[in-house]
Design a protein around this ligand. Structure first.
Ligand code: TYM
Length: 339
């Protein structure tokens, strides 16, 4: 049995666990807006079911879900062009997630580096959900037969696992090409924004110190202070990109500048060749404020009307369900469930 060819469709998501960082913006949201504006069919999801794989205070989860939705809209995701919703409103994610738990192998899950990083030495105490998380992520993507998944570098392994799950399902159930093999789309200069105090670590919302990251809601003074204190080395900016080799912190600041200004790192180096940090850091801070301030102002305005955000999410969930339902119905039939 060969299923029809898959039309291009974009799916991606962000967990509403704590605030959003510049890493989420440059590695994901900003690029999602570009894909939407290229006219692709796009679904963007606040993945609240993923968030609860580690403990979330219920009121904080509700707030964070609305805040991530507000960030999407404020950054340029247009609910008239993209399907914008939260995961738990579409129960098909959980249903397909279960089926994929029965397709994915324990050995595959054991290779997931993010689980090892997150669970650390206390893996025995981690939730079962945290372990199964990549299988739910595969369901998020494949529930819509999505073909393109724009993510930061850290999610690459999970999208590859999604391809493995799709292939094994298609093979085991002899339904050639029913689930597509989605492509991770990891493009641009800022697919791995690093911690401002330690260039060997990713910038993340859960890092110990707030000085390590730029939050999407930081004010101008805070952004300027964080870049000023960002770790660098005694050398200023080199004349060529090669001059940044082995200088993770310096490279990171150049990449952030490139991501925010829609330029290549080469172009940034050409503009600032030989400049000291005393010149580059304030320019970077100004650029970041220029880009982020209008977004955070709009986020605040949207957050004043949570009922309107909920309405947008409900509408998006209706649209998402309409795509998912026939795929899920066919999946149940393929698996042999009586309905
Ligand atoms: P999450 O919520 O950790 O991150 C959301 C997106 O932001 C990207 N990102 C970064 N990009 C560059 N530099 C950084 N420092 C940085 N930090 C985060 C992530 O790569 C991601 O694209 N499992 C996912 C959420 C998810 C998902 C999905 C994504 C659930 N289902 C289906 C795509 C498709 C996660 O935890 O992302």
């Amino acid at each position: 049995m060969t299923e029809a060819a898959h039309t291009p469709r974009v799916f991606s998501g962000i967990k509403p666990s704590g605030g959003l960082t510049l890493g989420n913006y440059l590695g994901a949201i900003k690029r999602w807006v570009d894909m939407q504006d290229q006219g692709m069919e796009t679904l963007y999801c606040v993945v609240d079911m993923h968030a609860i794989t580690v403990w979330q205070d219920p009121a904080a989860l509700t707030h964070a879900t609305r805040e991530v939705a507000a960030a999407f809209i404020a950054s340029g995701i247009d609910p008239a062009k993209s399907i914008l919703f939260n995961q738990s409103m579409v129960s098909g994610h959980a249903e397909l997630g279960w089926i994929f738990n029965c397709v994915a192998r324990v050995g595959w899950m054991n290779r997931m580096t993010q689980f090892k990083d997150k669970a650390g030495k206390s893996a025995e105490k981690a939730s079962l959900g945290l372990y199964a998380y990549p299988s739910l992520m595969a369901a998020d993507i494949l529930l819509y037969h999505a073909t393109h998944v724009p993510v930061g570098e850290d999610q690459k392994q999970h999208v590859e696992l999604t391809r493995d799950i799709a292939a094994k399902f298609n093979h085991d159930y002899k339904c050639d090409n029913f689930f597509p093999a989605p492509e991770p789309v990891i493009e641009g200069p800022a697919t791995r924004v690093m911690n401002l105090r330690d260039g060997s670590k990713k910038m993340s919302k859960s890092g110990a110190s707030d000085m390590e990251r730029i939050n999407m809601t930081d004010d101008a003074d805070t952004i300027a202070k964080k870049f000023k204190k960002a770790r660098t080395d005694p050398d200023g900016l080199p004349d060529t990109l090669e001059g940044l080799q082995g200088r993770a912190e310096a490279r990171n600041l150049v990449d952030i500048y490139a991501g925010l200004s829609n330029q290549s790192p080469e172009a940034v180096i050409a503009e600032y060749a030989g400049a000291g940090w005393g010149r580059f850091k304030p320019a970077l801070a100004d650029l970041a404020v220029d880009k982020l301030a209008p977004i955070s102002t709009e986020m605040k305005r949207l957050m004043d009307d949570p009922a309107e955000i909920d309405r947008v999410l409900r509408h998006g969930a209706d649209q998402a369900r309409a795509i998912a339902e026939p795929i899920l119905a066919r999946t149940r039939e393929i698996v042999g469930f009586v309905s």
